[in-house]
Design a protein around this ligand. Structure first.
Ligand code: ADP
Ligand code: MG
Length: 487
């Protein structure tokens, strides 16, 4: 490293490497307070000041990939911080220096130099007492309508929640949301409760699970304090009950619930319910079903690729993570089942990041997903009831199945060849991914060596046409659908 030997003048500093290092540490101290720790560690590890001449501070970065990120996100901040320490600094420029990696003569071990101070938050109290004898589970502030990503899979449910939030006890009463595990029902229910409380802080909003409700009924059966039980619920302004499928085949619970429901309903109190299936399919007393049907029923279904990606982007913000867009796209492509699965993968990536200081890559995510998929019981979590959801195939699965079936390599399908033996399997992959994985034409085009979305559209149209008139093709596609468990 050379330093300037010109005579000192305004805007020129003569500094030793040790002085550069000291200056950089002070700059880092300032930056550390301004950005989330995870970002700080990720983007500032193995950075250094390489030079300072004529008002130009040269910041060294260990990897070329972080250059754009610094230019875009940290340059102004770095300049301000440096100016606070060295008023002569007029600009910050970057230089990539591969030698910086773990060179502790010039850089810092950020984990040691900036030890983590705040611990992760402990889970708070689970319940809150609202009035004499009225208990609600705590509504998690994490669930808000603002951070709920809306797509075609949940648009109606979301709109209904918004409407209920502004006008509880209005036209959407009761509001009944249904859909599979991990698709956002609890999020919407709690977010609606939160939104109502924001507007009407004095309202008594009770959020409870069907299990809790059932436990209270059982307790009351034992102590016979029915008066108290009934009074309790009738003081409520908004009653939110999650997962009412648990009421199935429990007559006494249904009976009590029916009375509670009617009392609230007649008082124009808002009732919000969720279940894993629509009211008619729940094994419930017809009287209850017809009550539920009086209001608004909306489903939440599995999100499409774009919605999954948008959710991932939102979650990375929430968790203060920096994950490359390609990695997020990879997760969105492959985690098609539900949103809890998406979050699970992200959380594993965070854990890995915190333990090993490894930035998630497509490969590390693929490893995580492989591990997660091994656990056959993950879905039963939280719900307490047995379901056997279909594991929806991923892009990879489709590629592999088609490759096996037609004995063509994945590489050939991804390549440019237009010979029939390769073209047809490629088109079938596109068709299946579009139809069942709900991947967009644009995304598919990108995956297939940057083809245009119209090419993808032509391909899938061709297959659709053939399925109409070519029984052989129909058989083949059906076989693949079966094998991939898509139908
Ligand atoms: P369910 O109650 O239907 O099983 P949850 O509401 O518990 O599902 O959702 C699982 C996770 O996915 C939650 O952490 C929730 O915040 C998140 N989630 C679901 N849908 C969305 C969405 N559209 N936007 C943002 N996060 C979502
Ligand atoms: Mg739930």
């Amino acid at each position: 490293m050379t330093s300037s030997v010109s005579s000192p003048s305004i805007g020129t500093s003569l500094m030793s490497e040790a002085a550069y290092r000291d200056l950089w540490l002070e700059v880092l101290r300032k930056i550390e307070t301004k950005i989330p720790r995870s970002q700080f560690i990720t983007w500032f590890r193995d950075t250094a000041v390489l030079g300072f001449e004529e008002g130009t501070l040269v910041v060294g970065l260990p990897l070329p990939m972080s250059l754009n990120w610094h230019l875009e996100h940290y340059r102004a901040m770095t300049l301000t911080a440096a100016q606070e320490l060295e008023p002569n600094v007029r600009q910050v420029v970057y230089q990539v220096d591969n030698g910086l990696k773990d060179d502790r003569t010039r850089t810092f071990d950020l984990l040691l130099a900036f030890p983590e101070q705040k611990r992760r938050k402990l889970p708070g109290k689970q319940e809150v007492k609202l009035a004499e004898g009225i208990v609600s589970k705590i509504l998690s502030p994490r669930y808000a309508l603002e951070n709920f990503i809306v797509g075609s899979s949940n648009r109606l449910a979301f709109a209904a929640c918004q409407s209920v939030a502004t006008q509880p006890g209005g036209k959407y009463n009761p509001l009944f949301l249904y859909g599979g595990v991990g698709l956002g029902k609890t999020h919407l229910l709690q977010a609606t409760g939160n939104a109502i409380l924001k507007q009407m802080p004095k309202a008594t909003v009770v959020y409870t699970t069907t299990e809790d409700f059932a436990n209270q009924v059982i307790e009351t059966v034992m102590n016979q304090k029915w008066e108290q039980f009934r009074r309790r619920y009738r003081l409520v302004d908004v009653l939110i009950i999650d997962d009412v499928q648990f009421l199935a085949n429990k007559e006494r619970m249904q009976e009590e619930f029916f009375h509670t429901f009617n009392a609230l309903y007649e008082d124009r109190k808002q009732i919000i319910l969720s279940a894993d299936r629509p009211p008619q399919e729940l094994q419930l007393d017809d009287r209850l079903v017809s009550r539920f049907e009086r209001g608004m029923i909306a489903d939440v279904s599995a999100p499409d690729y774009e919605t999954r990606l948008a959710i991932l982007v939102e979650k990375t913000k929430e968790y203060e993570l920096f994950i490359d867009m390609h990695v997020l796209q990879f997760i969105a492509e492959h985690a098609t089942k539900n949103i809890r699965e998406l979050e699970g993968i992200l959380m594993q990536a965070v854990a890995q990041y915190e333990l090993e200081q490894r930035m998630p890559t497509v490969k590390s995510i693929a490893d995580i997903m492989r591990k997660l998929n091994k656990d056959p019981h993950e879905e039963a979590e939280h719900t307490g009831f047995e379901i056997s959801p279909k594991r929806i195939a991923s892009f990879q699965d489709v590629m592999e199945a088609v490759s096996r079936y037609y004995s063509v390599s994945v590489a050939d399908m991804l390549g440019q060849s237009r010979v029939r033996e390769i073209l047809i399997p490629r088109q079938i992959v596109m068709f299946l991914c579009k139809k069942y994985l709900r991947m967009s034409q644009t995304r598919l085009g990108e995956l297939f060596s940057g083809r245009d979305h119209t090419t993808v559209m032509n391909s899938t149209n061709k297959i659709e046409e053939k399925l109409q008139n070519d029984p052989q093709m129909l058989r083949e596609v059906r076989a693949l659908e079966k094998e991939l468990d898509l139908v």
